[in-house]
Write a protein that binds this ligand. Structure first.
Ligand SMILES: Nc1nc2c(ncn2[C@@H]2O[C@H](COP(=O)(O)OP(=O)(O)OP(=O)(O)O)[C@@H](O)[C@H]2O)c(=O)[nH]1
Ligand SMILES: [Mg+2]
Length: 283
């Protein structure tokens, strides 16, 4: 296909943002809130979803695909099929990765990668510290604010900071479950808690709510309406700062020439090496 040749080298360098964390903490919801649409499946149940990337397309309509490694195949999918596979625990077809290219998303250059949630026992299997071209990747460690400082999370941050540096940020999601003084206290104490754990170069820490953010542009949204103003304002401000962190990461990388094709994305070094590190998740 002729389109596969367009912008090849540039596309390989597309900067990626990886969303990692335990299951059910709101990784998919966070991406949906950033994109201001329901691009990904989010649910209370453990999704065991395949890793999925979302990026921009220059075309008017959305495109979806699933990747089969052994056959080197990229299957184009319809939106319904995309959601079905995302929810299919058995994944009989043996796909290892999903992709969505969406028109008019707020990031022109970033590839957002949603990962399967780790349950706390399986956490140690997930490690992206050996990612190829980590300078092209931002790592968002997503936690539930009520147990953001779990030992396995702190260990994960500690082992990945030397690789990702400033491009590792922490999100303490579901801050809407707490009151304003609790949110402030956690945010203020987080750096000391991290230092006490031996994490010297403390990463940026955002206490926010994907749920409130998603509803933000819906006038008179009932959930926002029910949430105390102070909580809403804290969460909104923190989400804005988090969004800016992504824009800054995007701006630090040269814009690529034209939106990459599915094939280029699947073959890019970051995604290829990410799949290798996810050995168990792709089985
Ligand atoms: N109250 C509240 N609920 C949230 C928030 N973000 C996500 N949720 C809910 O938490 C549940 C899990 O959200 P997901 O986005 O599916 O979480 P995930 O980390 O992608 O989960 P897995 O893919 O299973 O690992 C869903 O029921 C969401 O509606 C939030 O900011 N506040
Ligand atoms: Mg998810």
């Amino acid at each position: 296909m002729a389109t596969l040749d367009i912008g090849g080298a540039a596309a390989q360098q597309a900067p990626c943002v990886l969303f990692m964390g335990d299951f059910n903490v709101g990784k998919s919801s966070l991406i949906n809130a950033l994109l201001r649409r329901e691009a990904l499946f989010a649910s209370r149940e453990e999704s065991r979803a395949l890793p999925t990337f979302v990026t921009r397309t220059d075309r008017a309509e959305a495109h979806f695909a699933a990747y089969l490694p052994e056959k080197g195949r990229v299957d184009e999918k319809g939106q319904d099929e995309f959601f079905d596979i995302r929810q299919d625990r058995n994944n009989e077809a043996g796909y290892i990765l999903m992709g969505a290219r969406l028109p008019a998303i707020p990031f022109s250059n970033l590839v957002l990668i949603d990962t399967a949630g780790a349950s706390s026992d399986a956490c140690e299997t997930i490690d992206v510290s050996h990612l190829a071209t980590p300078d092209k990747a931002m790592l968002v460690v997503v936690t539930d604010i009520e147990y953001w400082a779990a030992r396995h999370t702190l260990d994960f941050v500690k082992s990945h900071l030397p690789v990702f540096g400033d491009s590792l940020v922490m999100v303490a999601n579901k801050a809407d479950h707490l009151n304003a003084s609790e949110i402030r206290r956690i945010s203020e104490k987080a750096p000391n808690r991290l230092r006490a754990y031996g994490i010297e170069a403390v990463p940026r820490f955002f206490a926010l709510s994907a749920r409130l953010e998603f509803a933000r542009r819906t006038p008179r949204n009932e959930y926002r309406h029910r949430t105390r103003r102070e909580v809403r304002e804290l969460c909104d401000a923190s989400f804005d700062a988090f969004r800016v962190a992504l824009y800054e990461f995007e701006a630090a990388h040269a814009p690529i020439d034209g939106a990459p094709t599915f094939r280029q994305l699947f073959d890019s070094p970051v995604i290829t090496s990410f799949l290798k590190t996810q050995g168990t998740a792709v089985a």
